[in-house]
Write a protein that binds this ligand. Structure first.
Ligand code: COA
Ligand code: MG
Length: 374
């Protein structure tokens, strides 16, 4: 992850130093020297293996989502809502946030595109309601100017709501156009720049909007999604460069769960941390694909133990399962273990299950390495 330091601005503390709209003159900063790592320790990113959209104006769908055991429920105000239902949807979403217990699921709201009247009204309504969402999904992010408009709007609403607010609201930004992709680096950096960043919000993930992106570049969506390969990989690279999650395309083939499984596995292999979904049947295959398998966890534990043993004896590169292992392979194993811990498949490091021993040449990955007591 990039070693960037982010000054963490909150609504409490000393006077803000940067040029701000009138409301912000009274904004105050608490901590200006928290590193991004420290901030993430205080406000960790929840796992977002599956992000389930539902039309925000549908109370029926919303109620259904309460028991689905999905990582993220996203109440949509954008494309799932008909133009003549936008206001009704906004009212329903504010009510749903206040009225329903979404259990272990993170609750997000997707607002309408930036710098539109719909968007401004969405933000005002959601941030003034009785209960806040944990995340806001922002569609069609294309420029730093738009992002700054959004952060200022959110900060203004949150200041009106509670000048002492010291929590965080996550932002998940959707990349859905050629311009959005080209500007992605500046957009990620703007979230960490004291001239532009929000007082209460952290960009926490990038979402590739596959169908909108294909439409924007004049591509045709195919089953293989090869027309999106560059954009998907680029979103992963930007996300990883800035310590963000990367959330993959929607699969609209509701009845083709095998295809969904293949596409999810492909996304996980590419480095995506999760996927957008649109139907309850898609939850299990997707959450499974983006969680490490038992065999992969066992192998990563064995790899980590072998690496530590070799390090003690002064060896950096060594052979494991007939493959060369060194620091990058260790980091990939550690990523696997971190993902497993995040979704409860593995306890904290000190309590990890018995780990496997260095194998002397079994190529059968599914069998996993031999285990030993630690
Ligand atoms: N969230 C929560 N519940 C959902 C759901 C969703 N996204 N999609 C379907 N369900 C529920 C249905 O209400 C139904 O519940 P029930 O058995 O208690 O009656 C059950 O799951 C089975 O649904 P099914 O009959 O197979 O689908 P449907 O015809 O009701 O809905 C869609 C199909 C495509 C209209 C619906 O899945 C949908 O609107 N998805 C989200 C679309 C969206 O948000 N798009 C924008 C982002 S890309
Ligand atoms: Mg879209």
């Amino acid at each position: 992850m990039a070693m960037l330091s982010r000054s963490v601005l909150r609504l409490t503390g000393v006077l803000a130093q940067r040029a701000q709209p009138a409301f912000a003159v009274a904004k105050r900063m608490v901590t200006t020297d928290l590193s991004l790592e420290d901030e993430k320790a205080q406000f960790p990113s929840p796992p977002r293996r599956a992000l389930l959209y539902l039309p925000g104006d549908s109370e029926k769908f919303t109620k259904k989502a309460l028991d689905l055991d999905v990582d993220v429920v996203c109440l949509d105000l954008e494309d799932a809502v008909a133009a003549n239902q936008k206001e009704a949807a906004r009212v329903q979403v504010v009510e749903s946030l206040a009225k329903f217990d979404f259990g272990r699921s993170e609750v997000a709201v997707r607002i309408n595109p930036l710098m539109t009247d719909l968007c401004a009204s969405d933000i005002e309504a959601i941030l003034s309601g009785p209960a806040l969402p944990q995340a806001i999904v922002v569609p069609k992010v294309e420029t730093v100017t738009q992002l700054k408009w959004f952060f200022d709007k959110v900060d203004e609403c949150m200041y009106e709501r509670d000048p002492d607010f010291d929590g965080i609201i996550f932002m998940l930004a959707q990349v859905e156009s050629a311009l959005g992709l080209l500007n992605l680096r500046s957009i990620c950096e703007a979230d960490m720049d004291s001239e532009t960043e929000s007082m209460v919000m952290r960009l926490d993930g990038l979402i590739i909007g596959g169908d909108d992106f294909a439409a924007d570049i004049g591509a045709t969506r195919t089953r293989s999604a090869k027309e999106l390969l560059f954009a998907r990989q680029s979103v992963v690279v930007h996300a990883k460069a800035y310590g963000l999650q990367a959330i993959d395309i929607v699969n609209i083939r509701l009845k083709e769960l095998d295809h969904l499984e293949d596409e999810s596995n492909e996304g996980a292999i590419m480095g995506f941390t999760g996927k957008q979904i649109i139907h309850p049947d898609q939850i299990d295959p997707v959450q499974e694909a983006f969680a490490p398998s038992e065999a992969k966890i066992a192998e990563a534990l064995a790899m980590e133990a072998a690496f530590e043993a070799h390090l003690e004896s002064g060896t950096g590169a060594f052979t494991f399962n007939n493959m060369m292992m060194d620091m990058p392979t260790l980091i990939m194993s550690q990523n696997t273990l971190k993902d497993a811990r995040a979704v409860g498949l593995l306890g904290p490091k000190e309590e990890s299950a018995p780990v496997a021993e260095e194998d002397d040449g079994d190529d059968d990955e599914s069998a996993g390495p031999e285990k030993k007591d630690n």
